[in-house]
Design a protein around this ligand. Structure first.
Ligand code: ATP
Length: 330
């Protein structure tokens, strides 16, 4: 089967700004694929290129095996959900959801039947008569989803769709979105700057940095085997150690939860002595900030460990298998 999306050496420049700069990627049918990166890294432009809202400067876009580089948005089998919902405020929920069917000339009874079905899928059965203004943010975003899914696109693009919601609601919606995507079997391409969101929902994630993909992997591989310092720091948090400080060559990432903190100064392999700068109690875990040779390292441990006072001498130690060698920056 052909890929849902194929980007081949794709670039989109705005004057001197290389928003997307030679991106290659393949998204499989039925995949939940995320594009993750800081603000300005090019992920939204990449999504807009796939949707046809932006024209590439160079390269090719293939959708389900067809060259789509020159197709206008409406000729692509793709719908988009935006952060700001973009619902019609004067129409009720049912008509908003049924809109795409109305444009295609589907009769009223049929389009209302399908709108009700879609509303049930997004857990909004019975809300058809309300206007968008009478809904909460989370409910509006569900209406936007139902509206984008009603004409059964093969590909759904989502641009920070949960960005306007508070944390708790966002986490609930993440679980629902993933379940919905699984039950529909539609390919989702999801843009976010929230690494937790990308890790929890995606089959694979592309990490963007300055218009390029820095690493493309499963969430677990990204977290456990970051290839570069940028990825190590952006996906989760990481200590980056100069090899010279620990008797090695190169540069290494070490996750805070892989470091043990013990009171007192001890010598030995795979450990460093330092001073406890700060302790943050986080509930189930406690975070320790430790100064080692002028560098600040972070360790996280279960809160069941005995308390350590700020200013105390401590020793950090780790299993050498937890060290991840990083590629030297391009
Ligand atoms: P954010 O999370 O803030 O949306 P992003 O990773 O999605 O960031 P893009 O929106 O793709 O990043 O922007 C990438 C770069 O391209 C930025 O420097 C941005 O200012 C620039 N850019 C995007 N659209 C345009 C445009 N229409 N004209 C000029 N520059 C643009």
């Amino acid at each position: 089967m052909s890929n849902a999306v194929e980007l081949i050496n794709l670039s989109c420049h705005f004057g001197p700004v290389r928003a997307v700069d030679g991106v290659d990627l393949e998204i499989r049918p039925g995949e939940f694929f995320s594009m993750l990166g800081p603000s300005g890294s090019g992920k939204t432009t990449c999504l807009r290129l796939i949707g046809g809202f932006e024209q590439p400067t160079a390269g090719e876009i293939r959708l389900f095996g067809q060259d789509a580089s020159r197709l206008p948005p409406y000729a692509r089998d793709v719908n988009t959900v935006f952060q700001d919902y973009a619902l019609f405020p004067h129409m009720n929920v049912r008509d908003n959801v049924a809109y795409a069917l109305m444009v295609r000339g589907v009769g009223r009874a049929e389009r209302y039947r399908r709108a009700e079905e879609m509303l049930e899928q997004v857990k909004l059965a019975g809300f058809g008569d309300r206007r968008p203004g009478q809904l909460s943010g989370g409910q509006r975003q569900r209406v936007a989803l139902a509206r984008a899914l009603i004409n059964q696109p093969k590909l759904l693009l989502l641009d920070e769709p949960l960005g306007a919601l508070d944390l708790k609601l966002r986490e609930e919606m993440q679980i629902e979105l993933k379940a919905l995507q699984r039950s529909l079997g539609i390919t989702f391409v999801y843009v976010t700057h929230d690494q937790g969101e990308a890790l929890s929902m995606s089959d694979r994630v592309a990490v963007f940095n300055q218009g390029r993909i820095e690493q493309l992997d499963t969430p677990k591989r990204l977290y456990e085997h970051p290839r570069t310092e940028f990825v190590a720091r952006f996906v989760g948090s990481a200590n980056v150690l100069e090899g010279s400080a620990i008797g090695l060559k190169g540069k290494y990432a070490l996750r805070p939860e892989r470091i043990r903190v013990q009171p007192g100064h001890h010598r030995g392999p795979n450990c460093l002595a330092g001073e406890l700068l700060d302790v943050h109690y986080l509930g189930s875990q406690t975070r320790y900030e430790v100064r080692v040779d002028g560098q600040r390292l972070t360790a996280v441990a279960s809160s069941e460990e005995p308390d350590l006072p700020v200013g105390a001498p401590v020793t950090l130690s780790w299993d050498p298998a937890a060290l991840r060698e990083l590629e030297v920056a391009r």
